[in-house]
Write a protein that binds this ligand. Structure first.
Ligand code: GLN
Length: 278
C-alpha cells in the first residue's frame, strides 16, 4: 500500500481500497484494528485513521497477502454462533464441523443430565457448542496440546460456560474411566503426504491437528478402538473424517461392533461424519 504524504491522515475507504486484499477480508481486518463492525466501516469511509492504526492495518494486510489465515490475524473465529479465540496452536474451526455438532445435539436429551466427551478438542469449538446448547449436560474436552487446553479453557470462561472442562490427554489416556452418553471427535485425518497440507490455511495450522499417518486414519483408528470402553449402552460415537474416508471409517466402526453405522454429508455434499452406537 502506498503511504499518503507525511502528516496527512489515511482514510478508512482509502485504506480498504489500497490494501491489496479482497474487500471482505480488508474490512474484517480493518474492523479488527479499529474495533468497529462492518456496518460502521460502510458508513465511515471518510473517517481519518491514526498513524498507528494505519501502520497496524498495513502489517496485517501484508501478512494476509502472504497467506496467513484471517482467523489467526484477528485471533477470532465464529463457530456455531459462538465467538471463539483461536491461535496458531489450534486448528481453525470449520463450518463443516457444525454438522458434527448438529448430529450430536439431536442425540443428547436436552432435559436430562448427559456426560459428553470431545476428543482432540483444540480451540474447544465442538465441546463449547454442545455445552452451550445443552446446559443440563457436562462436557469434557481433551487434547494432547497444553496450549490448546489453555486456550479452550479461556474460551469457556469468556463464554461463561460452566458445564464444560478441558484436560490434557493423549486420546483416552487421561480420560476418567466412566461411561459417556456420547463421544465426539474431529481428529486429524489428512494423509501425511497429502499435497493439501502445503496449500492455503493448512500451511499455517498445527500439523498435529491435521495429519495422521500415511492413510490419515491413525487417530480415527485409535478413537474407534478405544471408545467402546467409555460409552454407555446404546450411546453414540460421532467422528468427522476426510472426503474419501467414509467407507473406511464405517468398516472400522462395524469391526469394533458398533451398530446403526452411517455417514452424513456436509453442506458441500461430501460425506463428512460417520457415526455408530454401541
Ligand atoms: N477439515 C480439515 C481440512 O482438510 C482437516 C481437519 C482435520 O484433519 N480434522 O481442511
Amino acid at each position: 500500500m502506498t503511504s499518503p504524504p507525511k502528516g496527512s491522515p489515511t482514510y478508512v475507504s482509502r485504506a480498504l481500497a489500497a490494501s491489496g486484499l479482497v474487500p471482505f477480508e480488508a474490512k474484517i481486518l480493518l474492523g479488527h484494528v479499529l474495533r468497529r463492525n462492518l456496518a460502521w466501516l460502510a458508513a465511515h469511509g471518510d473517517e481519518p485513521m491514526t498513524a498507528r492504526e494505519a501502520k497496524v492495518f498495513d502489517a496485517l494486510a501484508r501478512r494476509r497477502r502472504d497467506g496467513e489465515p484471517i482467523a489467526y490475524l484477528t485471533g477470532r473465529r465464529e463457530f456455531y454462533g459462538l465467538d471463539l479465540e483461536v491461535t496458531p496452536d489450534v486448528l481453525i474451526p470449520r463450518p463443516e464441523t457444525e454438522l458434527l455438532v448438529e448430529l450430536a445435539l439431536v442425540r443428547i436429551d436436552a432435559d436430562e443430565h448427559a456426560e459428553i466427551l470431545d476428543l482432540g478438542s483444540g480451540s474447544g469449538a465442538i465441546a463449547l457448542a454442545i455445552a452451550s446448547e445443552r446446559p443440563n449436560s457436562s462436557v469434557l474436552g481433551v487434547d494432547l496440546s497444553v496450549a490448546a487446553v489453555a486456550l479452550a479453557r479461556r474460551n469457556a470462561s469468556r463464554l461463561n460456560l460452566g458445564n464444560v472442562a478441558f484436560l490434557e490427554s493423549d486420546w483416552f489416556s487421561a480420560v476418567p474411566k466412566k461411561r459417556y452418553d456420547a463421544i465426539v471427535a474431529n481428529p486429524p485425518y489428512v494423509a501425511a503426504g497429502d499435497a493439501h497440507l502445503g496449500e492455503g490455511d493448512l500451511r499455517f495450522e498445527p500439523p498435529t491437528a491435521l495429519a495422521s499417518g500415511a492413510d490419515g486414519l491413525t487417530a480415527i483408528r485409535s478413537i474407534i478402538t478405544g471408545a467402546a470402553a467409555y460409552l454407555a449402552p446404546r450411546a453414540w460415537l460421532l467422528i468427522e473424517h476426510g472426503y474419501d474416508q467414509a467407507d473406511a471409517v464405517q468398516a472400522m466402526l462395524r469391526d469394533a461392533r458398533f451398530s446403526d453405522v452411517q455417514s452424513r454429508r456436509d453442506l458441500a455434499g461430501i460425506p463428512r461424519t460417520a457415526l455408530g452406537r454401541i
